[in-house]
Design a protein around this ligand. Structure first.
Ligand code: MSP
Length: 476
């Protein structure tokens, strides 16, 4: 096993509407882990992309009067800009309409399912929620309404190909129980185990092809297209070379960490593992299913109408402030609320007067009173072990709290020792203290980097160049 590489994937996003802070949440967390592993000297791969073959994408294109492929392509470009604005560094961006990278893998999966005897035809009537792109059972609905989307599920009667999901119940259960497939947090793992305890039901894996044709045709039966989740989940293998670059696939598969919201855990913890088992491929190692960003107590979503565009916050507070909020102000194992007022409060309390001030104060004393550049290389901060433990246990906000505790300690040290006063009476001692403060500040940098990369880089460069840093947070 190569210990020096780490493959992370995010869900692929539906390009039917603009992304909002709920989506930024998944991707920023993924990027924090990516940067953390990079910082440890590992080679990383972060895969993200767009889930284009969904009927809701075709519907949105129709409503916009555009060809679905053109429409999805424009959205995909805007998603790339969205991630760049958030400083999310992805290694590749896969589109499920990509016939070179995505389609050969999906087709191969289907053939392997078929060869394993896991595909059969059956007619089916059910209630379908287009928002979820999923058939619902009565217990998922209240008066026929899907509460996640506030819309009525439509009755659909179809003849489809089914996948023998039920066959894999025991195998998946055993892998999750033994943590061979690790699900974080444990409450989510237990939810999945409870679901597996009831036994999985076979799942419809295709839909009758309608005109205009949208979706990936079923191999050998062009009258059907694959169910969008069947094709979407395979992006994780296809994005790292499955059926188009063997060496790439060999290098990166299986995924070390799958980041996703709790709403789509069932697909990733039951359906995807079964597909991989059926196709004879290893399973992902860890799934981290985070809670929702709520706004005013409700899941942030376009259909509810309570979305916040992180780009507005970036324009006002800077990208690192948004990343800070996502990392520290949410407890990722549960839901967490965000409103513009809460954001402003957190900014004023922890960023506007905290880290920026501290860095300026320390570096001002250093540049005023210490001549030569300060040697800061040395052991990591003594809290680094706790930080690492938090990160490896996916407790990002605990890791962020450790950084802010370290910042608080430096603040306290300045208050207690008052080196700026001491310079008049005992310059030697004052210099020693300031030296220690600069070293302390430098030790915060590697812990801060994954969360606030631009700020960490500014602090590092201020220390390296022995100068006052440029303003750390720019309110535009
Ligand atoms: N296309 C599917 C995923 C297919 S993966 C093979 C999908 N897309 S999505 O665009 O609806 O959501 C993508 C991610 O954003 C999911 O992890 C989802 O949980 C996350 N979020 C969307 N809104 C969210 C919040 N309000 N809060 C936190 N995350 C949420 O599902």
């Amino acid at each position: 096993m190569n210990m020096h590489k780490f493959y992370i994937d995010t869900p692929i996003y539906y390009p039917n509407a603009d992304l909002h802070l709920g989506h930024a949440y998944t991707s920023v967390l993924a990027d924090i882990f990516r940067r953390y592993h990079e910082g440890k000297g590992e080679e990383t791969f972060l895969l993200t992309g767009t889930d284009e073959n969904a009927s809701k994408v075709a519907k949105a294109a129709l409503a916009a009067g555009k060809d679905p492929l053109v429409f999805a392509g424009e959205k995909a470009e805007s998603f790339k800009e969205f991630f760049t604005a958030l400083d999310v560094g992805y290694s590749d961006f896969i589109r499920t309409t990509d016939k070179k990278k995505h389609w050969p893998g999906v087709t191969e999966f289907w053939k392997r399912f078929d060869a394993a005897g896991d595909i059969y035809k059956k007619s089916y009537t059910g209630l379908y929620c287009v928002g979820c792109e999923e058939f619902k059972t009565d217990k998922d609905l209240v008066d026929g309404i899907c509460l996640l989307h506030n819309t009525k599920a439509e009755e659909l009667s179809e003849e489809n190909y089914f996948f023998r999901l039920s066959k894999y119940t025991q195998a998946i259960k055993q892998k999750i129980e033994s943590d061979e497939l690790c699900i974080v947090p444990v409450a989510r793992k237990n939810e999945v185990l409870a679901l597996l305890g009831e036994g999985l039901e076979d799942i419809s894996f295709s839909r009758p092809a309608k005109k205009p044709l949208w979706g990936i045709p079923v191999p050998g039966d062009e009258s059907q297209v694959m169910y969008v989740w069947c094709d979407a989940l395979t992006n994780y293998t296809n994005g790292v070379g499955f059926m188009w670059d063997d060496a790439l696939f060999e290098k990166w598969w299986p995924t070390d960490l799958q980041l996703l919201g709790k709403d789509i855990l069932r697909f990733h913890a039951a359906v995807w593992p079964a597909m991989l088992l059926s196709a004879g491929l290893p399973l992902a190692k860890t799934i981290f299913a985070h809670g929702f960003v709520t706004s005013g107590g409700k899941k942030m979503s376009k259909s509810i109408g309570n979305v916040i565009d992180p780009r507005e916050l970036i324009a006002e507070y800077g990208v690192d402030a948004v990343r800070y909020y996502i990392a520290r102000e949410f407890s990722h194992f549960d839901d967490g609320d965000l409103t513009r007022e809460k954001f402003k409060e957190a900014y004023n309390a922890n960023l506007a007067n905290g880290l920026g001030n501290l860095t300026s104060r320390i570096m001002k004393m250093a540049t005023s009173y210490i001549e030569k550049p300060i040697e800061t290389r040395g052991d990591a901060h003594y809290r680094f072990a706790d930080y690492e433990k938090a990160m490896t246990e996916y407790r990002v906000n605990d890791a962020a709290n450790i950084v802010w505790e370290a910042i608080g300690e430096l603040d306290k040290e300045i208050q207690e020792t008052e080196p700026f006063k001491l310079f008049k009476t005992n310059p030697e001692k004052a210099r020693e203290i300031v030296h220690g403060l600069v070293v302390g500040l430098s030790k915060i940098v590697p812990m801060l980097g994954p969360i606030m990369p631009a700020t960490a880089a500014k602090i590092a460069s201020a220390i390296k160049n022995h100068e006052m840093p440029a303003p750390l947070f720019l309110r535009k």
